[in-house]
Design a protein around this ligand. Structure first.
Ligand SMILES: Cc1cc2nc3c(=O)[nH]c(=O)nc-3n(C[C@H](O)[C@H](O)[C@H](O)COP(=O)(O)O)c2cc1C
Length: 189
């Protein structure tokens, strides 16, 4: 099996991290890999926020939990798991990762969800190939759209929030991801 395929098949979401700092050069490389993903009409609209400051991560973790719980309630689908996290001061949606990467699209974007997802996929595989762990954090959706957070992180008005990915050195072995058999609905020859 070639190295690219091996990298794909051995990546898994990581939810335990060492506190070690990730060198800036490595973060830049991983983001660059994200930016090099395919994107609609080559608008190159994907932009990033990198957060490493421990106090900020702590503060935004709490905020992410509260905002996500509010989002779920507002959508008419209150989630008991997230409600429990609101009451748990140790709950950590960022799994102790030393780096958070938020992904936004500037207004020139034509296919935001696709572009953001492909960028995160590239970043996950690039990070894994460099010995880092990652995980997509859907729980950060409320935070990424929050006015105060956006202002504090210098996100321009009109930028669309797309994703949050955590990054760092895995603490312990990375468990192999699990998948059932591939289903091919039809193969027309
Ligand atoms: C859109 C999206 C949102 C996710 N949100 C979270 C999250 O908030 N917290 C978390 O621990 N994992 C999150 N995950 C990770 C998934 O649980 C994980 O990818 C899935 O269980 C498959 O495992 P694997 O990534 O190890 O292959 C998310 C993944 C995606 C694609």
């Amino acid at each position: 099996m070639n190295e690219v395929l091996k990298n794909i098949y051995t990546r898994a979401s990581v939810r335990r991290y060492k506190a070690d700092k990730v060198p800036d050069e490595d973060i830049k490389e991983i983001i660059r890999a994200g930016f090099h993903a395919a994107n609609g009409m080559n608008r190159q609209a994907i932009e990033f926020i990198v957060m490493e400051n421990k106090n900020s991560i702590r503060k935004y973790n709490r905020k992410a939990i509260i905002l996500f719980a509010e989002m779920m309630k507002a959508s008419g689908q209150p989630n008991p798991m997230i409600d429990k996290m609101v009451d748990d001061p140790n709950a950590d949606v960022f799994h102790g990762a030393p780096v958070l990467v938020f992904v936004y699209a500037n207004p020139s974007v034509v296919t935001p969800v696709e572009d953001g997802s492909l960028a995160v996929g590239n970043m996950m595989l690039a990070a894994h190939s460099m010995g880092y762990g990652t995980c997509f954090i859907g729980f950060a959706a409320g935070l990424g759209n929050d006015q105060e957070f956006r202002k504090e992180c210098n996100v321009p008005d009109g930028h669309k929030y797309l994703a949050c990915m955590i990054l760092g050195k895995p603490d312990g072995n990375v468990e192999k991801h699990s998948r059932s058999d591939v289903k091919v609905l039809n193969w027309v020859k």
